[in-house]
Design a protein. Sequence first.
Lengths: 384, 384
Amino acid sequence: MEKVRLGIIGVGNIGSAHVQNILEGRCPELEITAAADRRESRREWIGKRLPEAAVFTEGEELIASGTCDAILIAVPHYQHPGLAIAGFEHGLHVMCEKPAGVYTLQVREMIAAADRHPDLTFGMMFNQRTNCVYRKLKEMIDGGELGELRRMSWLITDWYRTQYYYDSGAWRATWNGEGGGVLLNQCPHQLDLLQWLCGLPVAVLARCYEGKWHDIEVEDDVTAFLEFENGATGVFVTTTGDAPGTNRLEITGTRGKAVCEEDQLTFWRNAEDERTWCFSCGEGFRKPDCERTAVETDGKNPQHLAVLNAFAAHILRGEPLVADGREGIRGLMLSNAMHLSSWLGREVSLPIDEQLFLDLLTEKRRTSRRKEERDVTMPTEGSY
Amino acid sequence: MEKVRLGIIGVGNIGSAHVQNILEGRCPELEITAAADRRESRREWIGKRLPEAAVFTEGEELIASGTCDAILIAVPHYQHPGLAIAGFEHGLHVMCEKPAGVYTLQVREMIAAADRHPDLTFGMMFNQRTNCVYRKLKEMIDGGELGELRRMSWLITDWYRTQYYYDSGAWRATWNGEGGGVLLNQCPHQLDLLQWLCGLPVAVLARCYEGKWHDIEVEDDVTAFLEFENGATGVFVTTTGDAPGTNRLEITGTRGKAVCEEDQLTFWRNAEDERTWCFSCGEGFRKPDCERTAVETDGKNPQHLAVLNAFAAHILRGEPLVADGREGIRGLMLSNAMHLSSWLGREVSLPIDEQLFLDLLTEKRRTSRRKEERDVTMPTEGSY
């Protein structure tokens, strides 16, 4: 079997999980031939696990080494676009961990580089798109089963993190190291799913609370109000401070309502479109007849494995990706819009003023806290 | 058995439901001795049902007639405070339908009148406070089981109304007749429960959409963001346009989370307070141990009957009311704050600038639409 020679840049929390998966044979078309990490302990770890792999300190060294066909970028967010661009320029396929980057201007450069190399595969690690519940919901929305979008609400507050988590890495939860908090680290999946399912809103009004529940400088509590082009509205609430927290997505259309909660998809199907009913019903309080169903899905939720295997299959045989890398800018636009709205204290339109966002972020970075480096790798199982 | 002689002012949708309940013997300590309504058809209806009752056109006539000891006010909202004040001045006990009034300045006058007559009973029809689920939740919060309030979210979008509903009365859904839409007519219960359970927020930022789903001039779609004194935040979403809609209240504290949905109360109890855990746990992703319970309640939900029977018992024997009339201003303050925030396009602090609210409302009334009068009484069963 032909295999894609993969170089992994960053073998920290999530990078090491990818290494484990591949070593345990779950990605049969991928072979790790190179790895890079700035930490000696991690280079030693990979050296023991993969004695034949080429090991580097810097991602750029790995990219220039000719030891692989594709790279998987799993380093702090700011470095994603730069490494991806370097990869494309060296003729490498690129799989990028979420988020696509920290600010959209940076990601636009990455997309431009990808567009200059249409022969190369560019994937984004939106592994939550492989969840059967969201896949099924997407299929139902695209098939018109919900009618026209009316309202959405996502309470995604089950991203609990302790202070220990934030103290575990110098880059974590700083403007300079990570460029944001819960929006940049935990929520890229939900922000991507939100735009994948509902489209991007045209306006965002958000409150991002910085260091509300933890001793950090970035946001760990966000409430955002969204407005879509057709007038539909939405609410997005997230935090790393709530225990036990909630993950509940509700999407209401004119033909029905869908709720994703606790790995279940429930659908309420109206017998008639609400818009027609409203103006034709001769009673005051009566709703259209409605049938509630526990929606069956295929039950599959292959997560990172599906993304990586589709990446290999796309490279080898042109099969579809789970998420094209170019789509990464959409969820990031939403994230940047929430930050910008909060910083300005007013609603912002999408696309946002991307230069203004960068200017304000740069100002935040200038005064960003310096944190002590600690050498901690935490198991991420069940946390993404 | 001693009975309270009750005069009902307004025998429309809800007033006629009260009449039915009393006539069917569900309020054994109340006897309807008088009724008033401006519509002839309704006066005829009450005359047939209660041949011995004194029947009037105007509430003021009933109040001055000496035919009752207490009045139940069930007319359009603007008239609530004026009739209540007249009632107190004639030595009558007062039970007022929700909302307490349309604007807080008006309600302050009503409270002042009540305070001048401490011997008279003043109750507000907050019948949802009798729901076993909310009563139990209130008991748990007051008992400290949730810890300190962190976040609340109420999706109360199951107030579906057709265009027919809005066309059924000339006063309905106009600034001049009703003074507001879903916030004034459907949501007073939830706004009262919200402040009863969580306290009043200190700031409100809201978007009220006027005539979004119906041909009306007042709001039928609202999303509000709330901030409480201790930093806790909340979201309140309501509409009369969604079918089938949702009624889901989630309240999260530092010791646990409670969800009220589909007449069930579910509680997640943390083994340890999150605030202690966050800074003492030596793992990054771990939450406090948590136990989930389907909370048992007494199963009782006596609604209007409980409010009316408690009103009679308070008059006769000083037993506790379900809701003192003076508390009606709190939910109305929240409602007025949502309107004011939306009209001004910015966050407002509570207590709001009450004169500014009245000035803006008066401006809205000046251009309020004239609607044709129709003589419709709709069954309200199951709608409150």
